[in-house]
Write a protein that binds this ligand. Structure first.
Ligand code: AHM
Ligand code: MG
Length: 336
């Protein structure tokens, strides 16, 4: 059968059949994410029309307040998860604290979800791709009780699934449950995600480096050396590399995953802990990258081994082709 004649829904069920004891609750949860992704995609596609059909702060034709898209995405993903009862709580980049779902079915849910509902949302105004990032863990608190902060502060290594949605020239959902990374492209004419990228693998070496070079003078010495290394003339090793930086993590990550490359958001003099959030952005991307055969680090050691101490914790982030991350780590070690 042609690859793209398989839907995300069918693929999830097929994978579940590999585990005869599976209850199907993870499949239900992925179904909730798939549904919310389609709803958010519909709104993002209309974003440029907002000034024409009514700007934020005004009421739309149904008398509902127009919401900022990141709040809208947060509400839709949260609602889709609460509706299924598989999830006992959610933590989101959009919320100060985690949200416990307190109905009886949800309290019996096995999973917690961490998400960045609309990453890179400042890019929407200029019609650049944005994304949703999600991360799924089994709770550590007893089933039936109210979810606790400890459920959310687990190291990334404990993730049982992670993924992202990229609202790009095509909308795609890319996810892993720990058995490879699989990508599905939304066919807007039928509203269905179709399998388009099975078992994605990042090349071990790449030729693209992605970093906000405007911050160069604030970077650690190891990062400055690595940038110079990327720019050096060494044709036999494929250098100078190409610089590509969209400023939308999901898009930069997705391109590098397909083509090979490294993305770096280091600590800077003005952001000494880095900018990106460990739980909502870096852990899920690190899980996917390792599943795709690449590497994710804070510059010195694996992102997935960090034991989080707070929900909105930040970290430096080096992610991409294994050999590129290794070289960057070596330079970080030399100048630390
Ligand atoms: P956000 O969560 O506030 O949208 O910020 C995260 C975004 C990432 O998508 C992107 O990699 C990064 O911020 C870009 O930051 P900068 O503009 O400092 O380069
Ligand atoms: Mg973000």
């Amino acid at each position: 059968m042609a690859e793209n004649m398989k839907t995300l829904g069918e693929f999830i069920v097929e994978k579940q059949l590999d585990f005869p004891d599976a209850s199907g609750s993870l499949s239900q949860l992925l179904g909730a994410i798939r549904l919310a992704a389609k709803v958010v995609n519909r709104e993002i596609n209309k974003a440029g029309l907002v000034d024409i059909i009514g700007s934020a702060g005004q009421e739309n034709v149904q008398g509902e307040q127009q919401q900022k898209l990141d709040i809208y995405a947060n509400d839709k993903f949260k609602a889709a998860m609460e509706a299924r009862g598989e999830v006992c709580g959610v933590a989101s980049e959009e919320e100060d604290d985690f949200v416990a779902f307190n109905n009886t079915q949800s309290k019996n849910g096995k999973y917690i979800v961490l998400m960045d509902p609309l990453d890179g949302s400042s890019n929407i105004d200029v019609n650049v791709s944005v994304g949703t990032i999600f991360s799924i863990y089994k709770r550590v608190s007893p089933v039936g009780s109210e979810v606790t902060e400890a459920d959310f502060l687990q190291p990334g290594r404990k993730q049982i699934a992670a993924g992202y949605v990229i609202y790009g020239s095509s909308t795609m959902l890319v996810y892993s449950t720990g058995n490879g990374v699989h990508g599905f492209t939304l066919d807007p004419s039928i509203g269905v995600f179709c399998l388009s990228h099975q078992d994605m693998k990042i090349p071990t070496d790449g030729k693209i480096y992605s970093i906000n070079e405007g911050n160069y003078i604030k970077f650690p010495e190891g990062v400055k050396r690595y940038i110079k290394f990327c720019q050096q003339e060494a044709p036999e090793q494929g250098r100078p590399y190409t610089s590509r930086y969209i400023g939308s993590l999901v898009s930069d990550f997705h391109r590098n995953l397909l083509k090979g490359g490294i993305f770096i958001y280091p600590t800077t003099a003005s952001a000494p802990k880095g900018k990106l959030r460990l739980l909502y952005e870096c852990n899920p991307m690190a899980f996917l990258m390792e599943q795709a055969g690449g590497k994710a680090s804070d510059g010195f050691s694996s992102i997935l081994d960090i034991k989080p101490s707070e929900l909105h914790q930040r970290t430096s982030f080096f992610v991409g082709s294994t050999n590129m991350v290794n070289t960057a780590e070596a330079m970080m070690a030399d100048f630390s």
